[in-house]
Design a protein around this ligand. Structure first.
Ligand SMILES: [Zn+2]
Length: 300
């Protein structure tokens, strides 16, 4: 079977049986490509957004939730904001804000991506499960060369959960792919001795670091085959994958609702129209003068 795209756009949980290690495998293809195409950002921004989306899907897949998981990166560098969110149904979207002049300057200099492009700031995630449900929030400073490093710090310091994530992306004019593999050491439920558990964890991490970016992003390499290739000696159990798609939650109705909370004079342009462009998906919601007559009819 050579249906390459069936190997992309999913998040999968796996368990390495002999090692008390749980993992996540995420591979994004057409869904990521659609997001990046819609924005058409400079390469450095696309790459950072791709990594943020991949990490958002990876972290979300490790949580039990019903609702929206959001990963937000904010800094004082050329890229000031990146937002990526994914619903428990697998609908993913994202955008970035950046300063063009500062970005050109930064891309001409050397150094690690996070300090150079994002600067000093933080990475935060929230889980929104609806109005009366608690929002779980994790936050960590941007102290690492890559966003994955920052996530490692978060898990080590805030969750005391040993975690290693390997990410890769390949963004070309012909399409974009990105992927991640994350392993986590399961705490305190081990039948193994401390020493064996420690050895097992080290082994899982060593094997993960042997994973090449080419393997991770190879659309022709089946994900079960990839997991088997890495962890067959210890026994790997893969769970049913969750499909990921690019889907925005904006709608004309929601935009109309927002517009109605302003006065007509506040939202209308010189041409008598009101235009709202969704920051996530670039959908254009334009309300003509007669649309606005209709919208504001009841309050006049
Ligand atoms: Zn949208």
């Amino acid at each position: 079977m050579t249906d390459a795209t069936r190997n992309m756009d999913f998040a999968q949980t796996f368990q390495i049986e002999g090692l008390d290690v749980r993992g996540r495998l995420v591979r994004l293809g057409p869904s990521l490509d659609r997001i990046l195409q819609a924005h058409n950002y400079p390469d450095a921004v696309s790459k950072m957004l791709a990594e943020t989306l991949t990490l958002a899907v990876t972290l979300a897949s490790a949580l039990k939730y019903e609702g929206i998981f959001t990963l937000q990166v904010q800094g004082d560098g050329p890229i000031s904001l990146i937002v990526a969110d994914v619903t428990s149904e697998g609908a993913m979207r994202g955008y970035a804000r950046f300063d063009e002049d500062r970005l050109i300057e930064a891309t001409q200099s050397n150094g690690a991506a996070v300090p150079r492009l994002l600067g000093t700031g933080h990475l935060a995630f929230t889980v929104d499960q609806g109005a009366d449900m608690e929002r779980y929030q994790g936050i960590t400073e941007l102290d690492g060369a890559t966003l994955s490093d920052c996530i490692h710090h978060y898990f080590r310091n805030s969750e005391q959960l040993e975690t290693v994530i390997h990410t890769a992306s390949n963004i070309t004019t012909n399409g974009a792919t990105a992927g991640s593999m994350m392993v986590q050491r399961m705490p305190d439920q081990s039948a193994l001795s401390d020493e064996d558990a420690e050895d097992g964890w080290r082994r899982a991490v060593a094997i993960l670091s042997s994973l090449t970016s080419d393997e991770l992003l190879d659309e022709n390499l089946d994900h079960d085959e990839l997991l088997f290739r890495l962890y067959h000696e210890d026994g790997v159990r893969a769970y049913e994958p969750i499909e990921i798609e690019h889907k925005c939650r904006c709608s004309r109705e929601k935009v109309a609702g927002t517009l109605k909370s302003f006065s007509r004079a506040e939202i209308v342009g010189e041409d008598g129209k009101a235009q709202v462009i969704c920051e996530f998906c670039k959908a254009d919601y334009t309300f003509t003068s007669s649309d606005l007559d209709e919208l504001f009819k009841t309050s006049e």
